[in-house]
Design a protein around this ligand. Structure first.
Ligand code: SAH
Ligand code: MG
Length: 215
């Protein structure tokens, strides 16, 4: 199967989003801000209709595109999202405030590695976690995320196959990429060999890892 042509065909079927999101997507692309790709967008929309979570935690807001997409595709769901890069946090704040979903989205400025621990100490709980931040930190996000995730909760991680880099030998990569590569492989190993998760790794967009907490 020709995966590039297949992906192009699937993209051609994509119905797109609201004007609010389409405009934000165009701006983000112009400004070089990373946002979830089209296949992940449609996967997320569909998954939210299946799961209908009551409380979502997002790690990595950027300028708020995916948080707004999640809000747009749920009814009463509360969304908490974390961003550590101040410039993006401030832009996200404006974008969320100008949206019809401002009352359902809580934006937190800070490093998720710290914020997640604080939330876990407070005994907070989520039934859906979307991990979309620095790839090299996924193993570090995992333990606190599992504390925050309730039984039957969904953990979805984006960019886990990084354009296919994950299958390359580490020798084909630069030193920085090697570290990220190793950590991403660790993450994928952990979630596929965990006693409390059922996981499917899917070649959706840049690679998605979908886990469900079974206990
Ligand atoms: N989910 C967004 C895209 C996120 S891009 C969307 O689809 O619209 C990844 C973001 O994660 C970047 O803005 C980066 O600054 C942020 N990030 C990376 N590591 C982080 C960390 N440890 N804590 C919080 N945010 C982090
Ligand atoms: Mg991403």
């Amino acid at each position: 199967m020709d995966l590039d042509r297949t992906a192009g065909y699937i993209d051609s079927l994509d119905k797109g989003n609201s004007k609010l999101l389409n405009d934000l997507e165009v701006r983000a692309k112009q400004d070089g801000v990373p946002i979830i790709r089209r296949p992940m967008q449609s996967f997320l929309r569909t998954l939210l209709k299946v799961k209908q979570p009551s409380r979502i935690l997002e790690i990595g807001t950027a300028v708020g595109f995916s948080a707004l997409l999640m809000a747009e595709n749920t009814d009463k769901t509360e969304i908490v999202t974390i961003e550590k890069f101040e410039k993006r946090y401030l832009e996200a704040k404006e974008n969320i405030a100008a949206s019809p979903y401002k009352d359902r989205i809580e934006l937190i400025f800070g490093d998720a590695l710290e914020v997640l621990d604080e939330m876990a100490l407070r005994g907070e709980s989520f039934d859906f976690i979307f991990m979309d931040a620095a790839k090299g930190q996924y193993p570090g996000f995992l333990e606190p995320s599992l504390k925050l995730l309730c039984r039957d909760g969904v953990l979805l991680a984006d960019n886990v196959l990084k354009d296919g880099d994950i299958i390359e030998s580490k020798f084909a990569l630069t030193r920085r990429d090697r570290t990220i590569h190793k950590r991403m492989r660790d993450y994928l190993y952990q979630i596929t060999h965990s006693d409390i998760l059922e996981t499917a790794i899917l070649p959706v967009g840049d690679g998605a890892a979908l886990s469900v907490k079974t206990v």
